[in-house]
Design a protein around this ligand. Sequence first.
Ligand SMILES: [Zn+2]
Length: 152
Amino acid sequence: MKLRVSGDKLTIASAHMLAKHDKCARMHGHNYFIEVEIEGELNEKSMVIDFSEFKSRVSKIIKKYDHKVLIPFNSKNFNIDINDEQVTVSSCEGKVYRLPRDDVEFLPLESTTVELLSKFIHGLIKKDYPQFKITVIMSETPTNVAIYTEDK
Ligand SMILES: [Zn+2]
């Protein structure tokens, strides 16, 4: 059986930029709307999982990225310099962003496309729920949606 959670608790607002992209190379933001499906056997309470418990856990995982600038730490297109209070991000296109360290969240990704973000979030959730099949449906706009699931 499969359950799906979504809603305000699973929405984050984040800024990012995509190198080598006409429009998206400029820093901009999205209200990412995240839905998560969890699939497994029913437990002794006839539930896959407790909805509110699952939602709270997922919310806690993703809120780390809320109201942050998401920087892909493994990108070949950004040079990142960090000191205690400042992060300087220089893109391969010659743009330089200087940001307060507290405003930035680094991700171990090559890019912050919604494709890679949904896969990354899937991995974080899966770590807490290894026995379930997890699917992450992540919208960067109401009409642009990435779906990451696992083969099982
Ligand atoms: Zn974007």
